[in-house]
Design a protein around this ligand. Structure first.
Ligand code: FES
Ligand code: FES
Length: 162
């Protein structure tokens, strides 16, 4: 008897159908079933934030969910954020303000920040630090990340001006 469950979900605006084991983590589903390896896996128990993706627009830790729980839902990963030719303002700002060093934490931090900046387009430093307090970065010391978020907020406000 097959021990798999059929799921259908949307990832980065594309529809996927798969037959998967119920114990498969969403992070492993994204990486191994769909090949979306931009979602990184660090601690695998909800602490580091590197596996963060958007689940129906809200940031979640994909290592703390089973892929079957995403059945019928919409996921956005870092691969859906921008393209090489059209980077998201957050991606541009992290590049320009040196918010990236090894880059391991970066996808999770960016996916955490997308809804944060949508809800808070002009954040101060304290708010930015609170927003990324669930994301561990071992390289940057966080200051360049904070500067990059401020720069991204400026870029986004300029783009939304008429
Ligand atoms: S890998 Fe999911 S929170 Fe660390
Ligand atoms: S840039 Fe290396 S962990 Fe954040």
């Amino acid at each position: 008897m097959s021990n798999t469950i059929d799921v259908s979900l949307t990832v980065n605006s594309e529809q996927y159908k798969r037959s998967i084991e119920p114990r498969l983590l969403l992070s492993d589903f994204l990486r191994h079933e769909l090949g979306l390896t931009g979602t990184h896996v660090g601690c695998e128990h909800g602490v580091c934030g590197s596996c963060s993706v958007l689940f129906d627009g809200q940031p979640i830790r994909s290592c703390l969910m089973f892929a079957v729980q995403a059945n019928g839902h919409e996921i956005q990963t870092i691969e859906g954020l921008g393209t090489i030719d059209h980077l998201h303002p957050l991606q541009e700002a992290f590049m320009e303000a040196h918010g990236v060093q090894c880059g391991f934490c970066t996808p999770g931090i960016l996916m955490t920040l997308v809804p944060f900046l949508e809800n808070n387009p002009d954040p101060d430093e304290k708010e930015i630090r609170a927003a990324i307090s669930g994301n561990i970065c071992r390289c940057t010391g966080y200051q360049n990340i904070v500067d990059a978020v401020k720069l991204a907020a400026q870029k986004m406000s300029m783009r939304s001006e008429p």
